[in-house]
Design a protein around this ligand. Structure first.
Ligand code: PEP
Length: 255
């Protein structure tokens, strides 16, 4: 079954009112009008409402993280309902920077995933191994633990409305991209994990690759059988770089 590619830009802690306006409007004007592939941006919280207004359904807007709680005395947190109310469709959960700097465990990530599902947001579950873990030969067990923790919390059925992004930590922001073969191998492994629980859902879940994707490597990555698009960090911050990746997504989609 061929899936629609998704090119998603994670702005991380970057942005301003001007950047939100310019970046989104320039990206929209460079996209094909027939929506042959999907595009999403993940700005910081303060720019989400503005991003949704400018995007006006030409692309989707998501948040970079979410509280596991729906409401209450959790100062500084933002709930999935609030994100949904602003017009977002998507939310990242378990990005490696959240896992590393904010000590989010697999169980914390699973609770955030559950909160997103409760509010009708599509969670983008980020998973991936560190360099040490790859070198120790434990990539598959690390990724399996990350995905299985979520399946245990919400059940495989919740993945009908979810996305998984495989992002090897050693490839994020380093300029070192996984080869298309390395990425495909892990994507195939993840799809196999889901297949053990539910074949239909395994075939449906979009699997994005993230880690130093750019215009020059996107076509090869997006052409792999189990790679359904990309989660882009650095190259999503300028319209030219992001559109160069979108161009490759368009090329692969029209083949
Ligand atoms: C990311 O932040 O999810 C990411 C993949 O970053 P980069 O594209 O810069 O490696």
């Amino acid at each position: 079954m061929s899936r629609k590619l998704l090119v998603a830009g994670n702005w991380k802690l970057n942005g301003s009112v001007t950047m939100t306006n310019d970046l989104i409007s320039q990206v929209i004007s460079g996209l094909p009008t027939d929506k042959v592939f999907d595009v999403a941006v993940f700005p910081p919280f303060p720019y989400i409402a503005q991003a949704v207004a400018i995007a006006s359904r030409s692309l989707s807007v998501g948040a970079q993280t979410v509280s596991e709680y729906d409401q209450g005395a959790y100062t500084g947190e933002v709930s999935a309902t609030m994100i949904k109310e602003l017009g977002c469709d998507l939310v990242l959960v378990g990005h490696s920077e959240r896992r590393e700097y904010y000590h989010e465990s697999n169980e914390d990530v699973a609770k955030k995933f559950a909160a997103a599902i409760r509010s009708g947001l599509v969670p983008v579950l980020c998973c991936g191994e560190t360099l040490e873990q790859r070198e120790a030969g434990v990539t598959e067990s690390v990724v399996a633990d990350q995905v299985n923790a979520v399946i245990e919390e919400v059940g495989i059925g919740a993945f009908e409305h979810a996305i998984i992004a495989y992002e090897p930590v050693w490839a994020i922001g380093t300029g070192k991209t996984a080869t298309s073969q390395q990425a495909q191998e892990v994507h195939e492994f993840i799809r196999g994990l889901l297949r053990e629980k539910n074949e239909t859902i395994a075939n449906l879940v979009p699997l994005l690759y993230g880690g130093s994707v750019k215009g020059s490597n996107a076509e090869e990555l997006f052409s792999m059988q189990d790679i359904d698009g990309g989660l882009i960090g650095g190259a999503s911050l300028t319209p030219d770089d992001f559109l160069a990746i979108c161009k490759q997504a368009e090329k692969v989609s029209r083949k």
